[in-house]
Design a protein around this ligand. Structure first.
Ligand SMILES: *Cc1c(COP(=O)(O)O)cnc(C)c1O
Length: 230
């Protein structure tokens, strides 16, 4: 088990490196977020021992339990990437450094009000429902600039970019078209906001086209920790 996670992590980092070089990009410009939802704390520790420092969690209670269990590792960075119910936003504001899944202004306002004053501003990405799927969270692309303008005003949040979970497809041309659409939306924000530097896209199955289209943060679960049971 120890070797499996360390090996998978190395494999993922080399996939990132190969994809970056093919796209004439510096691999150091692409951050790997290890998505550890449903996995035990012991698996996160193995990834940590293999050098991983950024972890992404989808469920508030599970994520907070892991943040507290690993509080002695003070160089970890925790990212919340799951759907947000407003009655749980306080726990995200209190325990995470990043939130990638801002899908409505009301949630951003709550996180802003609930962010403890002794913590740095919460880094946030706006989630885009890029394929207009009724079952997925996220704002429509047309609403991005208006939502971003409102979020940029909130003092306890720092708008860093956008995140999306495209519709799963084995068709690389379609994956690429979707990622290029996200890149255009991202560029609209970088033109307007100097803090915006994060294009959170690409998962275990579509790392390479995401990196070719400019991803700066890939979110990998299965590729590091193996299949999830739940
Ligand atoms: C689960 C999840 C991932 C990781 O997916 P894998 O296919 O296991 O790499 C990435 N992003 C989000 C938002 C997720 O919920």
């Amino acid at each position: 088990m120890h070797n499996t996670i360390a090996n998978h992590l190395q494999n993922t980092l080399s996939q990132i490196s190969v994809a970056a070089k093919q796209a004439n990009r510096d691999p150091a410009d692409i951050q790997l977020l290890a998505v550890s939802k449903t996995k035990p704390v012991s698996d996160l520790v193995l990834a940590y021992q293999a050098g991983q420092r950024h972890f992404g969690e989808n469920y508030v209670q599970e994520g907070v339990d892991k943040v507290l269990a690993l509080a002695h590792l003070n160089d970890l960075t925790w990212h919340f990437i799951g759907p947000i119910q407003s009655n749980k936003s306080k726990f995200i504001a209190q325990h995470f450094a990043w939130c990638h899944s801002i899908d409505r202004l009301k949630i951003a306002q709550r996180l802003n009000n609930q962010r403890p004053q002794d913590l740095a501003p919460l880094n946030v990405c706006i989630q885009i429902n890029i394929d207009n799927e009724p079952t997925k969270a996220g704002i429509m692309p047309e609403a991005l600039l208006e939502t971003a303008a409102a979020i940029a005003e909130l003092p306890n949040l720092r708008l860093r970019g956008i995140m999306a979970i495209p519709q799963a497809t084995p068709d690389v041309a379609q994956q690429t078209a979707t990622f290029l659409h996200l890149q255009r939306l991202f560029n609209q924000l970088t033109e307007r906001y100097c803090d915006v530097d994060t294009l959170s896209m690409g998962m275990s199955g579509d790392l390479a086209p995401a990196i070719a289209a400019g991803s700066t943060m890939v979110r990998v679960g299965t590729g590091i920790f193996g299949a999830r049971n739940t």
